[in-house]
Design a protein around this ligand. Structure first.
Ligand code: NOJ
Length: 536
């Protein structure tokens, strides 16, 4: 009896003291017999520079990532580079076969701009580049796999960076020309197009910071210029496709945005506002202009950047403005919302100035942290396993953007390698369970899901240390041998059964280490234990 009371007391303490996670529902849903709807589709994703290799073969020129790493090898954790990567340029037939083995419906891959247009401009189209992607597409179609093409997954031709890259307003035309070449050559067989992958990484981290190429670090200015041009380029490609290609070939076109879920750090109105502000000024920075009913940048972003710019004595706001015509031109330019999601953060308002001055971080003035006790043993330190965050984010997007069809274009887990990848099996099980609950209980409008990634690949600044693949790639072997991991079998079984395996346990997080069982907030309350005597 006493023990029972003690446990009840602990539970109450945990719930009272825990302002963030709904601990009883951490996994995003209980065990259920939900299955994925009939028309729901599954896929796997990759990106050109992360798998292709052949960085200077058959006419391809340097991308900004090739350039950054060739000139600064220390940028990458293991000083590796993507020169050869998984050698998919030569091994694409095996890649298509693996997609087929998984039994999925769609393969999402990206096209390398400098492989198609070595000068960056459409004056010279590289026939061998076109041939490579035609061959890959034909190989997929042979297996009845639908190709989904990401037009831009971060690998801008260095020649365009030399003239300002995404901060040069002419890039809107250059990008549209490039997209036009792709539509003209591939739209007969490619039925899904993604204009941009994670544009916030390109602009915020690449132009405003140093985490992504071109690592410009022109914070407070360049991330806003980059975003402005990029959104116009997106809309321009959408209209081109819609008017000139869709009538003949059909197909859908959208954008893939990255978003963490934002949980208020404490259960206070201030922290709730911080979490909402995070979503509005991060994923909303790109989503609001395209997916909201009113279009344009989110009002909070406009207000905050305008205000700060005034205080900082700038002649005009650092945030460029869309004309009313541009707002209309950009609004509604997507058939689906591509979402890349991996993890969750907790948000609170900053006490004083945060980040570099000026910068997007400083303009917004919020602080994000992760709960150290959230499960994870990932090689990517940011990748905490928080399935309920996935579910909440899907509900937020569905509501915020008026039931837009969501395609989860990326979701996955990184480890240090190995075919018996229990942690990845567990991650996918929990996130797919959360997704099933999102669909069936919250009416979140999700129509498809892609695992990141088909195979181990070049993970940017993490090089080959962080492995995201369903297939292990032996990067040391001359033919880059690919071997299915346990997670590949798990995913294939979900795809074929359209539900989770019978032995799935929503409360089991042991694969992420014994220490990270579901008791995240018990430890901080231990000093209060003597109090229980007063109550009992
Ligand atoms: C997002 C990116 O689109 C992809 O390139 C990257 O490898 C994964 N996330 C994992 O970090």
């Amino acid at each position: 009896m006493k023990m029972y009371k003690y446990l009840t007391f602990i539970t109450v303490l945990v719930l009272v003291c825990n302002g963030s996670a709904d601990i009883l529902n951490f996994s995003g849903g209980d065990k259920s017999n939900y299955t994925f709807p009939k028309e729901f589709f599954f896929g796997v994703s990759t990106a050109a520079i992360q798998i292709e290799g052949a960085w200077n073969e058959d006419g391809k020129t340097e991308s900004i990532w090739d350039h950054l790493i060739h000139t600064n090898p220390d940028f990458v954790r293991d000083r590796s580079n993507p020169d050869v990567a998984a050698d998919s340029y030569h091994l694409y037939k095996r890649d298509a076969e693996m997609v087929h083995e998984l039994g999925v419906d769609i393969y999402r891959f990206s096209i390398s701009w400098p492989r198609i247009l070595p000068t960056g401009l459409a004056n010279e189209v590289n026939p061998l580049g076109i041939l490579y992607y035609k061959n890959l597409i034909n190989e997929l179609v042979k297996y009845n796999i639908t190709p989904m093409v990401t037009i831009y997954h971060w690998d801008l031709p260095q020649k365009l960076q030399d003239i300002g890259g995404w901060t040069n307003a002419h890039i809107v035309d250059y990008y549209t020309d490039y997209a036009n070449v792709l539509f003209a050559n591939f739209a007969d067989k490619v039925k899904y197009w993604v204009t941009f992958n994670e544009p916030m990484q390109t602009c915020l981290e690449g132009y405003g910071g140093t985490y992504r190429a071109p690592a410009l670090d022109r914070h407070g200015i360049a991330e806003y210029l980059c975003t402005h041009n990029l959104l116009k380029a997106h809309a321009s490609a959408y209209h081109l496709f819609d008017q000139q290609y869709r009538p003949t070939y059909g197909g859908k076109i959208g954008m893939s945005l990255d978003s963490n879920w934002a949980e208020p750090k404490a259960n206070t109105s201030k922290d709730k506002a911080a979490a909402e502000l995070y979503l509005q000024t991060h994923v909303g920075w790109y989503a609001h202009p395209v997916y909201s009913a009113e279009g344009n940048y989110p009002p909070d972003l406009i207000r905050l950047v305008d205000e700060k710019s005034r205080q900082q004595n700038y002649t005009r706001s650092r945030l460029p403005k869309f004309s009313p015509e541009e707002v209309v031109y950009i609004r509604g330019t997507a058939d689906f919302f591509g979402l890349n999601h991996y993890t969750t953060y907790m948000l609170s308002m900053a006490d004083g100035e945060v980040g570099k001055i000026p910068s997007h971080e400083n303009d917004i003035g919020i602080v994000r942290v992760q709960d150290a006790s959230w499960p994870s043993m990932s090689s990517s330190s940011w990748l905490k396993v928080v399935p309920f965050g996935f579910r909440r984010l899907l509900r937020w997007i569905t509501k915020e953007y008026n039931n837009v069809p969501i395609i989860v274009t990326e979701n996955g887990y990184a480890d240090f390698s190995g075919v018996h990848d229990d942690a990845r099996v567990s991650y996918y099980s929990h996130y797919l369970n959360a997704l099933l609950h999102a669909i069936h209980e919250d009416n979140s409008s999700v129509i498809g899901y892609f695992a990141w990634s088909l195979m181990d690949n070049f993970e940017w600044d993490d090089g080959y240390v962080s492995r995201f693949g369903l297939y292990l790639v032996d990067f040391k072997s001359p033919n880059k041998t690919r071997t299915a991991k346990d997670s590949a079998r798990l995913y294939a079984s979900v795809v074929s059964s359209r539900g989770l395996p019978a032995d799935y346990d929503p409360e089991d997080f042991t694969a992420f280490s014994a220490a990270s069982k579901l008791v995240p907030t018990v430890l901080p309350v231990l000093p209060l234990l003597p109090l229980y005597r007063l109550i009992l």
